[in-house]
Design a protein around this ligand. Structure first.
Ligand SMILES: *Cc1c(COP(=O)(O)O)cnc(C)c1O
Length: 234
């Protein structure tokens, strides 16, 4: 077996055991393989090992990779998640090529994605990125803005609001990891209490997936543990 398929198997086993420890149904956590900085061949290798969902951060890189794979391997039928920072003048390719966007943090971006989503495609799945650690440098809407943003995004015709996403401040302290993920879960519960259906909590990366799953993550975004260390800053 190749390293990528070995790694995938190990990550799936970790997810299964975290689901079990948390008393959650097997298969309740979706694995998004974050392939940023890795070539199309790495994605194809993972896809042949059964991986369907892939996450990308950088639009130009993602677009080239995705189109190449779609043209050369239409049989793979992959599901693509945009998880990186999004500028409002670069929304069109995201609306045209992706299935999910996890990083919507303001209404203007959502409005453009809705306007630009082609009619022949199903509505674009959206998670609102929330800054749960309160760091001024991080992207994401503040928890206080989340409800109003969710209400506005829910009203847009070509989007389907699915849930919340967070990238908490990196820490090795399990208690701090749990606290950050719990705050996203509680925020989602508050939004639901206003009659807005949310079925997705996109939280957990290679270093903190266990804490995220025990706090209710339904989608983990895993790069390093599958593809190895990235060789340029990401
Ligand atoms: C890079 C990235 C990931 C994956 O991180 P790893 O630590 O490599 O698993 C997940 N989510 C976002 C938003 C990222 O930018």
């Amino acid at each position: 077996m190749s390293p990528i398929s070995d790694n995938l198997q190990a990550v799936r086993a970790q997810i299964n055991s975290a689901e079990q420890q948390a008393g959650r149904a097997p298969g309740s956590v979706c694995l998004v393989a974050v392939s940023k900085t890795f070539p199309a061949d790495a994605v194809i290798e993972a896809a042949r090992a059964g991986q369907r969902d892939f996450g990308e951060n950088y639009l130009q890189e993602a677009q080239d990779k995705l189109l190449l794979i779609r043209n050369q391997h239409p049989e793979l039928a992959l599901c693509w998640h945009f998880i990186g920072p999004l500028q409002s003048n670069k929304t069109r390719p995201v609306a045209e090529y992706f299935d999910w966007v996890h990083s919507v943090d303001r209404l203007k971006i959502a409005q453009r994605l809705s306007e630009q989503r082609p009619d022949h495609l199903s509505p674009l799945n959206i998670c609102l990125q929330i800054n749960v650690s309160g760091e001024s440098s991080k992207s994401g809407a503040s928890p206080q803005e989340a409800l109003a943003l969710a209400q506005a995004v829910k009203a847009l015709p070509r989007l389907r609001l699915r849930g919340l996403m967070a990238v908490p401040e990196a820490t090795e302290d399990p208690a701090a990891q749990h606290a950050a993920f719990a705050s996203l879960r509680v925020l989602a519960e508050q939004i639901r209490s206003h009659g807005i259906a949310l079925d997705t909590l996109s939280m957990g990366m290679s270093a903190d997936m266990q804490a995220a799953i025990s706090e209710g993550s339904t989608m983990v975004r895993i790069g390093t543990a599958i593809f190895g260390k990235r060789h340029y800053a990401a």
